[in-house]
Design a protein around this ligand. Structure first.
Ligand SMILES: [Zn+2]
Ligand SMILES: [Zn+2]
Length: 278
């Protein structure tokens, strides 16, 4: 099983690569740039990227980047929309240099323009990004949302509609378990009933799972992660997910609210302890 967590690259990408195995992670996620900003603080360190990339190969790790939260690919505001496109192009190039197979981006917020506007706006943005970036081996991974405010991509039909025009090699899906739980589409009692797991198109696109417990109740439409076993999805819900044979090939990434990176070792151990004996 591929299981890892979100790691800081403040000390460089290669440093994060070396940290992962010490936490018993064989996959990790990192922010492509400051999560609250748009611009990279420094230009990409190509030597560091190449070193990290070689180490990843050596240690059999996989990685994905995560875009900053300000990106809104469905924004009705032209300035923010164009900046979002530009930022995602840059992120794909960064991820390619770092040997990462994907870049996770949240579904957009069309404000009061509605769902159909949002879907079309996102599709036009993705088209433009792919035409500009021309990266190889890096997919844009669209993440489902909890449905806060005007967020789209909460339910399966919307997610599938957004990604539909694109090749599975270019655009995939990242499923966040907390968002799906808070959206009311994935339950603690029967997480295996989540409609996506029964949909071949969705499963073909599913390239990453954000494995998070939920600080808020089912269907509360809030994005609030909890430590593994300390939320409403609970150890039983999480156990059913990580033992689901349909998800055996999909990397799991923890984004739980740890106090330090070292604590991810405990989080990863807690998940591994849930795995059924082979
Ligand atoms: Zn997530
Ligand atoms: Zn979240």
């Amino acid at each position: 099983m591929r299981l890892g967590c979100h790691l800081s690259i403040a000390k460089g990408f290669a440093h994060a690569v070396k940290t992962a195995p010490s936490l018993n992670a064989n996959a990790f996620q990192y922010f492509t740039k400051n999560p609250r900003g748009f611009r990279t603080a420094k230009p990409l360190d190509r030597v560091d990227a190449e070193r990290g990339r070689a180490l990843m190969r050596e240690m059999n790790l996989v990685a994905v980047g995560h875009t900053p939260y300000l990106i809104n690919l469905a924004s009705p505001d032209e300035g923010l929309y164009q900046a979002s496109i530009e930022a995602l192009v840059q992120d794909l190039l960064i991820a390619e240099a770092r040997g990462s197979y994907g870049v996770v981006v949240h579904c957009g917020k069309p404000k009061d323009h509605g769902r159909d506007f949002g879907i079309e706006r996102m599709q036009a943005a993705l088209q433009s990004v792919l035409a500009q970036s021309r990266t190889e081996g890096v997919k844009i991974l669209i993440e489902n949302t909890a449905g806060q405010g005007s967020e789209i991509g909460t339910e399966l039909p919307e997610l599938l509609a957004i990604v539909d025009p694109f090749s599975v090699d270019d655009v995939g899906i990242c499923l966040d378990t907390q968002h799906a739980f808070a959206a009311g589409v994935l339950s603690r009692e029967n997480p295996e009933d989540f409609p996506g797991f029964h949909d071949t198109t969705f499963m073909k696109r599913l390239n990453a799972i954000h494995l998070n417990d939920s600080k808020v109740e089912f269907s509360s439409h809030k994005d609030r992660h909890a430590l593994i076993g300390q939320g409403y999805l609970g150890l039983d819900g999480i156990a059913r997910l990580v033992n689901d044979p349909r998800l055996a090939e999909i990397p799991f990434y923890l984004e739980t609210p740890v106090e330090s990176e070292a604590q991810y070792a405990e989080e990863i151990a807690a998940v591994r302890a849930l795995l059924d004996a082979p």
